[in-house]
Write a protein that binds this ligand. Structure first.
Ligand SMILES: C[S@@+](CC[C@H](N)C(=O)[O-])C[C@H]1O[C@@H](n2cnc3c(N)ncnc32)[C@H](O)[C@@H]1O
Length: 419
């Protein structure tokens, strides 16, 4: 994945000031300068950040021992917004420390779509939905990227946000309205819906409209259901509530356990589509196709992306104070669409390459003498490959028109061009 320099620049400049100004104007911060004080951070934010961080990393601190893993069932049922003795500070802590990286992850995914030449296929007013929206990190990530690497979203439209926590939803709605105005999308209307989504029943009401874009950012992993139950519910959502040509984007944690769940979800969704004769579901990113997942075939493997970002000074200071590390951002993701068009039509950069000769780097690249070594993922599975080239490669790069020699465990790339 390549994050455009402009996106990095735009978020390194006044983004943090914008967040603080917003919180101050909304009455969530009494004094905008307070976030510069370690005393304030230590007393009001860090206990919540540590608590949320161990929750999201599925860890629990047991007295007298080190961190141990918490059971998924226990985590999935915990409502961390209402279980705090100071919910206001907990929301503030999430907004300042966890929302910006999630915004950036979604922005990176949106920019990646733009990099492949994807163009917004609708001409009418825009309709989007974010599920488990929290502070609307996903929607605001799309906004941030659309301003820098536009795929052509119209200036008028509606965002529906669904979230179970009323106060978080209020915060997310106000933030998205304010950030849309800042990004020159002031005609977008944000509609909040407080609802606890239950994956045992249809997620939306029969009267719900169709959407052109559906987002989930760090939400699906919180749902207590198996990958096949999730696939069934989201298949229904895609079938009934995603407009033809619409996009469905999921961003999830990079943790092995959670990343494998999204891969299992992908497998289940594709097999459901096959069973129902639903050929319109296309996996755009990161897989560039609907082939069986090669990472899932190995019990110890998983698939995630890693990007660097302009870590805001406040996030950096909090990292230092609580010995966390948000220098790079990991995540797993899927971009799906409901379309009869081919991958090459949807992502024009792929034109002139055949899917069977196309491979994506799914790990970091290492130098071995004159060679670079990395893992490749393609239609025929995953390979450890070496390539004698002066060109530099990064995780997420795509090679087209590739000619290979040798077995999966030690392949030599004879020829290939970077996309
Ligand atoms: C980790 S937060 C992610 C928030 C935001 N999407 C982001 O990327 O920062 C997950 C959000 O999903 C919400 N959530 C969890 N389960 C839910 C459910 N069953 N229905 C609606 N919202 C839910 C939580 O309240 C929380 O705000």
């Amino acid at each position: 994945m390549r994050v455009p320099v402009n996106l990095t620049n735009s978020l390194s400049q006044d983004f943090e000031a914008l967040l603080i100004d917003f919180l101050f104007k909304q009455g969530h911060l009494k004094d905008p300068e307070s976030v510069r004080s370690d005393r304030f951070l230590n007393r009001s934010l860090i206990p919540h950040i540590e608590r949320l961080s161990s929750h999201f990393n599925r860890l629990e601190f047991k007295k007298g021992t080190s961190f141990s893993e918490r059971s998924t069932a226990e985590l999935e049922t915990e409502n961390y917004w209402s279980s705090s003795s100071n919910p206001k500070n907990r929301r503030l802590a999430y907004f300042l420390y966890f929302m910006p990286p999630n915004l950036y992850r979604m922005a990176a995914v949106w920019s990646e779509l733009a990099r492949y030449g994807y163009k917004w296929p609708f001409s009418d007013s825009f309709r989007a939905l974010e599920l488990g929206a929290g502070p609307a990190a996903g929607s605001s990530g799309v906004l941030a990227a659309e301003n820098i690497s536009p795929i052509g979203l119209p200036k008028e439209g509606n965002w529906a946000l669904i979230e179970r926590d009323q106060s978080m939803l209020r915060l997310g709605t106000a933030w998205l309205e304010s950030y849309a105005g800042y990004n020159d999308f002031s005609h977008w209307i944000v509609k909040p819906f407080q609802r606890e989504l239950n994956f045992e029943e249809p997620l939306l009401r029969p009267s719900s409209p169709q959407f052109q874009l559906i987002l989930m950012s760090f939400f699906l992993n919180e749902i207590p259901a198996t990958p096949s139950q999730k696939a069934e519910r989201l298949y229904q959502l895609i079938d009934q509530n995603l407009e033809e040509e619409g996009l469905f984007i999921l961003v999830e944690p990079a943790l092995k356990s959670e990343s494998r769940k999204i891969l299992e979800f992908r497998r289940e969704l594709l097999s459901l589509c096959q069973a129902k004769g639903f050929s319109k579901l296309k996996v755009l990113l990161p897989c560039l196709g609907e082939q069986a997942c090669a990472a899932l075939a190995q019990p110890e493997d998983w698939c995630h992306e890693k990007i660097t970002w302009p870590r805001p000074p406040l996030v950096k200071r909090i990292d230092e104070l609580c010995q966390l590390d948000h220098k790079t951002l990991g995540f797993s993701y899927l971009v799906l669409t409901k379309s009869e068009r081919s991958h090459e039509e949807l992502l024009p950069t792929l034109k002139g390459s055949e899917s069977k000769n196309r491979y994506r780097l799914v790990g970091d690249s290492y130098k071995h003498g004159p060679d670079q070594e990395f893992f490749l993922c393609g239609q025929d599975g995953k390979r450890r490959a070496r390539y004698k080239t002066k060109e530099k490669f990064k995780r997420g790069d795509v090679l087209k028109n590739v000619e290979l020699r040798g077995a999966h465990e030690s392949t030599r790339i004879v020829k290939g061009e970077k996309l």
